[in-house]
Design a binder for this molecule. Structure first.
Ligand code: P6P
Length: 331
């Protein structure tokens, strides 16, 4: 395997697929790689640094108690994406509204939507967490007067790139720019993400499903039937249940091993718990680019037209065979 950094990989990709491309995208992504290296360093030392472990006294727009690391991760991403010069708007799970980079509002061609530290309630118990990002294009706005929400509320098929960093047993960046999925492992000894998974493809089927079964009683009947078939062996495969409660970690397993991740509507979240713009959309782009599928149970995630920044959706994402079975049940 080539010892290739993210920047080298992107430039290689652009040379192959977009020879006319400027270095804009690779410069933008360098903001994410730098920010997530800083976040990784903070996550790795959370237990020994009282100023980063634990919760703040604040709640975010979701009504969730903000962990100190949530705030740190959000600030770091805002700083290193905001100074790229080609990002006009940033929207975060942690903030009520999008942030406009005023000096780049007129000419900036990108919008970045992100969940700075997904699953952060797991940090105190040393469980993997992640950063999820979605990159959208926008037309320049010469007058600087366009409604910014029209640039943010784009359906997922409009993403030009998407990815995540999983802070697990190793720190891995997984991203796609529409030409397949690549994985990079952070080498802390040199502070660089190095290509470790050149082309990630999701197996056609798997042996694991991932779901919070504590919500089973409030699942719609079709999901109960679906889980019953997976458990029964009627597919010809026996399944194990794996659920960490951290989307990036649960999805990363599906991406590499195959299977299905299921977050249906529940009693407490009747429209689903996961957020469309900065969780479901980037995960769905990665899944499709790796040969898998992602729906809200019925509709392709990437075709959902967002109406609000923090809107939620049911999410079922995984291998083609498991997704085909669900589609058959939902007919
Ligand atoms: P539950 C973490 O809070 C998160 O947003 C995702 O990372 C994860 O998949 C989900 O919520 C877990 O939700 O209801 O199973 O605890």
């Amino acid at each position: 395997m080539l010892l290739q950094t993210v920047q080298q990989h992107i430039l290689e990709e652009q040379r192959r697929h977009h020879p006319q491309a400027s270095g804009e995208f690779s410069w933008l992504l360098s903001g994410i790689t730098l920010a997530t290296k800083i976040i990784a360093a903070q996550v790795r030392r959370a237990g020994i640094s009282a100023d980063v472990l634990g919760a703040t006294d604040n709640e975010n727009v979701q009504g969730e108690v903000q962990q100190k690391l949530d705030v740190i991760a959000n600030q770091v991403l805002m700083k290193f994406l905001g100074n790229r010069g080609n990002v006009a708007i940033m929207a975060s799970e942690e903030d009520d509204d999008p942030v406009v980079v005023e000096r780049d509002r007129k000419h900036g061609k990108h919008v970045v939507v992100f969940d700075p530290l997904d699953g952060s309630s797991n940090i105190d118990v040393n469980v993997s967490v992640g950063t999820i990002f979605s990159i959208l294009k926008r037309e320049p706005d010469p007058t600087g007067t366009r409604d910014i929400m029209s640039d943010v509320l784009q359906p997922g098929y409009r993403q030009i790139a998407a990815g995540y960093v999983v802070y697990g047993s190793s720190t891995m960046l997984v991203y796609t720019a529409g030409n397949g999925v690549a994985g990079f492992t952070l080498d802390p000894s040199i502070g660089a993400y190095l290509l470790s998974h050149e082309k990630i493809t999701m197996p056609e089927c798997g042996k694991q499903y991932s779901c919070n079964e504590a919500n089973y009683d409030s699942f719609p009947d079709e999901y109960k039937e679906y889980l019953s078939i997976l458990r029964s062996g009627k597919t010809g495969r026996t399944y194990s249940s794996r659920y960490i409660g951290s989307l990036v970690a649960d999805f990363h397993r599906m991406l590499l091993k195959g299977g299905v991740f299921i977050y249906p509507p529940t009693k407490s979240h009747s429209t689903g718990k996961l957020r469309l713009l900065y969780e479901a959309n980037p995960i769905a782009m990665l899944a499709e680019q790796a040969g898998g599928m992602a729906t809200d149970g019925r509709k392709r995630i990437l075709e959902i037209q967002p109406t609000t920044l923090h809107q939620r959706t049911p999410l079922v994402v995984g291998s083609r065979e498991e997704m085909a079975l669900l589609a058959k049940i939902m007919q």
